[in-house]
Design a protein around this ligand. Structure first.
Ligand code: NAI
Length: 333
C-alpha cells in the first residue's frame, strides 16, 4: 500500500477509467481538469508527483514553481517530451519519466487511415451519400500499390508504418539521423531529405520535435516535392510551418494534407469548442480546403494504447515511490 500523491493535469474521463482500473498500488491520484501552465502550477501544492500530457507546459518557470511546492517527479503519460525543459528539471533535481512505447500500431494505423481517407476522399463521400448525392465526380483516387512513400523518422512508429505500406505494395524511402539495426534489416531504401522530397508520392513524418526538426517542412522543403504530393503529420505539429503548407495547398503543389497534430493545437485540441468562435485564422484556413483532413491528436487513442499508457505511467510512479531505478527507456531526467 502506497501513499504517493499525484496531481493529474489535463484529466479526461476516458483516461481516468484506465488509471482507476490499473491503480492497484493505490496511489492517491487527484484528477485536475485544467492543463498545467504557470497559472495552474499552484494546484500541485503538496503533491510529490505531477502527471501530464502532450500540451501541458513544463518550461523552466513552471518547473521552478513545481519544485518550490515540493514536486519531485514528473510522470508524462505520453512518449513525446518536447513540452518539457529537461535541463531545467535536471538542475532542479526533478525526475522526469515517460511512456516510451504504448502502441506504435495505434499511430501507424491512424497514419494509414488518413492516407486512405484522403486518397479515396472518404470524408467527402460520407457527406455526399448522407445527402443522397451518389455522384462520383471529384472522388477519383489512386492505387497505393506501386506508389513511393517517404518516411521521415524510422523509430517504432515509422517502422510499423513501413510494414503496413509494404503490405499495400508501396516502395518505401526512409530518412533518419540514426538507423537502428531493425530499420537496417527492412527493405526501406535509405535516402537523404532532398531525395525523399523529390521522389515521394506520399510523405509521412515520424520523427520527434526538436530544435533540428522544428519547421523542417518549410517553403524550401515543399519546393522540392512532387506536384500533388500527399503530406501526412501524425508526429508533432511544429514539424510543419503551417503558413508554408497553406501556400503549398493554394499553389496545388501539395495535393493532400492529413494532420493529427497542429503547431498551435494547445489552444484547441482535446476540448469541445463547437459553440465558440475559433480565433485561430490559420487553422480555420486549413479547414477550407477540400483536400485537407484533420483529426485532433487522436492517433494514439485506442483501448490498447490507453491501457498501456496507464500501466507504464503507474509503474513509473511506483518505481519512484519505492526508490527503485526507473527503466532507462522511460527516464528522461
Ligand atoms: P522513436 O523515438 O521510436 O522514433 C523516432 C525516430 O526519429 C528515431 O529513429 C530517431 O532517430 C528519429 N529522428 C530523430 N531526429 C530526427 C531527425 N532530425 N530527422 C529524422 N529522424 C529523426 O519515436 P516513436 O515512438 O516512433 O514516435 C515518433 C513521434 O511520434 C514522437 O516523437 C511523437 O512526437 C509522435 N507521437 C504522436 C502520437 C499521436 O497521437 N499523434 C502518439 C505517439 C507519438
Amino acid at each position: 500500500m502506497y501513499d504517493m500523491r499525484v496531481a493529474f493535469f489535463s484529466a479526461k474521463p476516458y483516461e481516468m477509467q484506465f488509471f482507476n482500473r490499473l491503480n492497484t498500488q493505490q496511489h492517491e491520484i487527484s484528477y485536475i481538469d485544467a492543463p498545467l501552465y504557470a497559472e495552474t502550477a499552484r494546484l500541485a501544492e503538496n503533491f510529490e508527483a505531477v502527471c501530464v500530457f502532450v500540451n501541458d507546459i513544463l518550461n523552466e518557470h513552471v518547473l521552478h514553481l513545481l519544485s518550490q511546492q515540493g514536486v519531485k517527479l514528473i510522470a508524462l503519460r505520453c512518449a513525446g517530451y518536447n513540452n518539457v525543459n529537461l535541463n531545467a528539471a535536471k538542475s532542479l533535481g526533478i525526475i522526469v519519466a515517460r511512456v516510451p512505447a504504448y502502441s506504435p500500431y495505434s499511430v501507424a494505423e491512424h497514419t494509414l487511415a488518413l492516407i486512405l481517407a484522403l486518397n479515396r476522399k472518404i470524408h467527402r463521400a460520407f457527406n455526399r451519400v448522407r445527402e443522397g448525392n451518389f455522384a462520383l465526380s471529384g472522388l477519383i483516387g489512386f492505387d497505393l500499390h506501386g506508389k513511393t512513400v517517404g518516411l521521415i523518422g524510422l523509430g517504432k512508429i515509422g517502422l510499423v508504418t513501413a510494414n503496413i505500406l509494404f503490405g499495400f505494395g508501396c516502395k518505401v524511402l526512409g530518412y533518419d539521423v540514426q538507423w537502428s539495426a531493425e530499420a537496417q534489416k527492412m527493405p526501406i531504401i535509405p535516402v537523404d531529405l532532398p531525395m525523399l522530397y523529390q521522389q515521394s508520392d506520399i510523405i509521412s513524418l515520424h520523427c520527434p520535435l526538436t530544435p533540428q526538426t522544428f519547421h523542417m517542412i518549410n517553403h524550401e522543403a515543399i519546393e522540392q516535392m512532387k506536384k500533388g504530393v500527399m503530406l501526412i503529420n501524425t508526429s508533432r505539429g511544429a514539424l510543419i510551418d503551417t503558413q508554408a503548407v497553406i501556400a503549398g495547398l493554394k499553389s496545388e503543389k501539395i495535393g493532400y494534407l492529413g494532420l493529427d497534430v497542429y503547431e498551435e493545437e494547445a489552444d484547441l485540441f482535446f476540448e469541445d469548442l463547437s459553440d465558440r468562435v475559433i480565433q485561430d485564422d490559420v487553422f480555420m484556413r486549413l479547414l477550407t480546403f477540400p483536400n485537407v483532413l484533420i483529426t485532433g491528436h487522436q492517433a494514439f487513442f485506442t483501448e490498447e494504447a490507453l491501457s498501456n499508457i496507464a500501466e507504464t505511467t503507474l509503474q513509473n510512479i511506483t518505481f519512484f515511490e519505492q526508490k527503485l531505478p526507473i527503466p532507462e527507456a522511460n527516464r528522461l531526467a
